[in-house]
Structures are given as structure tokens and as C-alpha cells.
Design a protein around this ligand. Structure first.
Ligand SMILES: Cc1ncc(COP(=O)(O)O)c(C=O)c1O
Length: 454
């Protein structure tokens, strides 16, 4: 069969791809541009054909058309959403993971990979002060991590109380990530109890307590968890995890800490204190593909009591049960997944190769740049810093600009290949934000962007 032989053509194309990868890893990447479906079709034509294009032509199309039509999220002036800035080691090891095609769902099939992933998870669990028994798995992203944790929380509540309430409910704030609210409303059909945030959108223990005390008893009865955000996406603010955790303990609610973006801050001494109380978490997530320098896609999902994750997520089937032994550490048992690539391996390799001190320093570097830029903004007559940063997100207003001005400025920055910075909203007002997770981003980079707003 042509597709499973390894011919001279395969060898040539494989080497060309390896060359392409090495060049991409060592170059200063361009930002690149989004194209429309029509523009892409005009350049590629139909690529999936009965006779095949041949590897050389398919690779040419990637290198000349498709690749440049994907924004480089690892560009040092890509500051929108939450960027991604993988280490070189994590990227080149990802190539090895692909070539090895490791099955990461069970210990039986992937013990070496799962062992390595678990050591990387242990580093995170230790940073969070979770107990020695804590553990979990790497899932696709924060969305699946949050959903898997909340499903485990609900199953644990059901097992404890024995009956379902009228409606299940979870306490969140306006700044809680959309993936949590989507998981609750759409996937789990559970209600959202919104706790008002403080002036910076932060959930505090006292606001949680007073919100819940004011609820109708039937609503309160259905609460099974509270989600604390350790680094809100838009503002980078960390909730009062200790205060929230105390209220959660009193009510026997599950405390889930969503550190998808900000959890990486645990590695940095200068902000560690903001996370006080994270050690109380029943579940905790952090995305290495956000601020822990791993390529897409990887979310570390940790349970204080992994048995509760397993009770919720182990799939049973005649063909699975004889091989998925409960005493084995099967990553599939801890989340909404069965087949999985060993997606934690690039992160593990990079941690193992560079050491955790390098991670600490890299996270601190982004915080240093954030603070210096916050000072720059405060000194700029044309700008106003809207929220004092906790972590590495800056939200700012260009005084006098309309939403259309932000759009035009943002589009021009990208068209000129200077930066990718998009508008956002804060308290209903259009503004912009810089999310700084790339240690290669410099204060000079940010100065250039600030100057472009004059
Ligand atoms: C706080 C927070 N939680 C969850 C998510 C969702 O993560 P993902 O996009 O990896 O699914 C994000 C994404 O930005 C986030 O910032």
C-alpha cells in the first residue's frame, strides 16, 4: 500500500519538513495574516484529490500559502487573547511525540509517557501545595479541564447526598471564564449563581457568603461547587481563594480553582502570595499552553482526591475493563476523554531539559515587563490604565478613542506586521489589553505599540 510504505519520496519530503521545522524554530517569526476562504481557495485550488498532489506540492502549499495564513501566536508582539510562547525544547519534542505516536490513554499502553507526564503534574501540584496523593492528567485545554472537574464535583456531591436537588448550581462571578458557564449551562444543565465581584471583578469570601445567604433555600440546596479564578482572562485578577475556600469547606462544596491562564504565576515568587488558599482546592487546572511555555494543546487537570475524578470519568465496556486495571494510572479515567495523545510530553521534556528554575525566571521576566509597561502607561498622557494588574495582563484606554478608532488601529498594526493587539471591553467600555506571556516580549516592544496609539 502506497500510504504505508516509506519511499524515497517520503524520505525527501520528511527531511524537507524537518528542515522547515528547524528553520521555524530558529527564526524571528513574522506575524502573518488571516485570509478569506476565497483568497485561500484562489491560491490553493482543490488540494484533496483522488490521485494526490504529492508531498512536495502539499508542503509547498503549506509553506507558501497556508502557513503564512495562520497568525504566529508565539510572536513577541502578539498580545491578544492569551498568547502562546512555547519553549524551543517543547516544540522540537512535540515533533518526536508525533513521530512516536504514543497512546497516552492507559498505563498499559503508554506507561513511560504517563510516568513522565505525572512528574510534570507533580511539579504543578507541589507549586499549588496539593497533597502527595493529588494527581490527574493533561487534557486538551482549560475548557475540558473545567468541565471534567465540575462533572467530578457533581458526581461526588451526588454520591455524598444520595439524591439530586431540584437544580444543581455552582457559584461564579462575572469574570469567571466563559468555558465554566458554558459547561454548567449547556453541557451539565446546571444553574449559575453569580456572586458580584469587587471593583476589580474579584470574588471574595465575604461576597460569596452574603450572596448565598440571600438565596432561596431550594437554590442553595443545589449548590455543589464554587469556582475561584486564579487569573481572570480579561483582567488577570486572582480571586480571594482562601476566603472562598473557607466558605466552600463550611458548606461541603467542591472548590475548583481555574488557573488556566494565571496558575503559572505560582512559579513566580513575586506573585505567589496572591494564590493563598489554592492548597484547599479539590481540583485545579492550569494550561501549560498559556503561560507555561508549552505548545498547543495542554491543560493540567489535578484532583485533590484522584479517586473522585476516576469515579466520575472511568468508562466501562467489555473490551476495556479487562485492560484498564483500576490500580493502574490511566489518564483516560480522569477526564472527558478516552483516546488521547500524550499531550503533556512536550511540557515535561522542556521542564526536564531546562529545569524548573528556568520556568520561574521566565514567568518572572514577563511580570517585570508587565510592571514596567504599567508604569509607562501611567506616565503617558494619551492613555489610562484601567485596572491595577495582579499578573501579566494590562487593560488600558486610549483617551478620546471611539470603538472604531480601536478597530482601525488594531487592523493597521496587523497589516503593518507590527503587532496583534485587539480591542476588549471593561465595564461596558471598549478599550484594549496587552496579555504578556512571552518572555521575549520587551518593554521596547510595548513602547512601540504605545507610541502607535498617539
Ligand atoms: C481562566 C480561563 N479558563 C479557561 C480557559 C479556557 O481554556 P482553553 O481555551 O484552553 O480551553 C481560558 C482561556 O483563555 C481561561 O483564560
Amino acid at each position: 500500500m502506497r500510504v504505508h510504505s516509506y519511499t524515497a519520496e517520503d524520505d525527501r519530503v520528511a527531511r524537507a519538513i524537518a528542515e522547515y521545522c528547524l528553520a521555524r524554530l530558529s527564526m524571528d517569526v513574522p506575524l502573518d495574516q488571516t485570509l478569506t476562504p476565497q483568497e485561500l481557495l484562489a491560491q490553493t485550488g482543490q488540494t484533496v484529490l483522488p490521485e494526490g498532489l504529492g508531498g512536495d506540492e502539499a508542503l509547498r502549499l503549506w509553506a507558501e500559502v497556508l502557513g503564512p495564513a495562520c497568525l504566529s501566536v508565539d510572536h513577541q508582539r502578539y498580545l491578544s487573547f492569551i498568547p502562546n510562547a512555547p519553549t524551543k525544547a517543547a516544540c522540537y519534542f512535540d515533533m518526536l511525540v508525533a513521530a512516536s505516536n504514543v497512546y497516552g490513554g492507559s498505563w498499559l499502553e503508554g506507561s513511560g509517557a504517563v510516568h513522565a507526564e505525572n512528574q510534570a503534574l507533580r511539579w504543578i501540584a507541589d507549586l499549588a501545595g496539593m497533597p502527595a496523593e493529588a494527581g490527574g492528567t493533561f487534557v486538551q485545554g482549560g475548557t475540558i479541564g473545567n468541565l471534567s472537574a465540575l462533572v467530578a464535583a457533581r458526581e461526588a456531591a451526588l454520591a455524598r447526598r444520595g439524591t439530586r436537588p431540584l437544580r444543581w448550581a455552582v457559584c461564579v462571578t462575572g469574570e469567571t471564564h466563559s468555558s465554566v458557564k458554558h459547561a454548567l449551562r449547556v453541557v451539565m444543565d446546571a444553574d449559575v449563581v453569580e456572586v458580584p465581584g469587587d471593583a476589580r471583578g474579584r470574588m471574595t469570601g465575604s461576597a460569596l457568603r452574603s450572596t448565598v445567604e440571600a438565596l432561596d433555600e431550594t437554590v442553595r440546596d443545589g449548590i455543589f461547587a464554587v469556582v475561584a479564578t486564579a487569573g481572570s482572562t480579561n483582567l488577570g485578577i486572582v480571586d480571594d481563594i482562601a476566603g472562598i475556600g473557607e466558605v466552600a469547606r463550611e458548606h461541603h462544596w467542591w472548590l475548583h480553582v481555574d488557573g488556566a491562564y494565571g496558575g503559572a504565576g505560582l512559579a513566580a515568587e513575586s506573585v505567589r502570595g496572591l494564590f493563598a488558599g489554592v492548597e484547599l482546592a479539590d481540583s485545579f487546572i492550569v494550561d501549560p499552553h498559556k503561560w507555561l511555555f508549552a505548545p498547543f494543546d495542554a491543560c493540567a487537570l489535578l484532583y485533590r482526591e484522584p479517586a473522585l475524578g476516576r469515579a466520575a470519568h472511568t468508562q466501562h465496556a467489555d473490551y476495556l475493563d479487562p485492560v484498564t486495571v483500576e490500580s493502574d494510572w490511566n489518564p483516560s479515567d480522569f477526564a472527558i476523554q478516552l483516546t488521547r495523545r500524550a499531550r503533556g510530553l512536550p511540557f515535561w521534556f522542556s521542564l526536564a531539559a531546562y529545569g524548573t528554575d528556568a520556568y520561574r525566571d521566565a514567568v518572572e521576566q514577563t511580570l517585570i515587563v508587565t510592571r514596567a509597561t504599567a508604569d509607562l502607561i501611567k506616565r503617558s498622557d494619551h492613555l489610562r490604565l484601567l485596572v491595577e494588574p495582579d499578573l501579566s495582563v494590562l487593560v488600558l484606554e486610549r483617551i478620546g478613542w471611539t470603538p472604531a478608532d480601536y478597530d482601525a488601529w488594531s487592523a493597521k498594526l496587523l497589516a503593518d506586521q507590527i503587532a496583534f493587539v485587539t480591542p476588549t471591553k471593561h465595564n461596558g467600555q471598549v478599550c484594549t489589553r496587552f496579555a504578556i506571556v512571552n518572555p521575549r516580549t520587551t518593554v521596547a516592544d510595548l513602547e512601540m505599540i504605545i507610541d502607535s496609539m498617539r
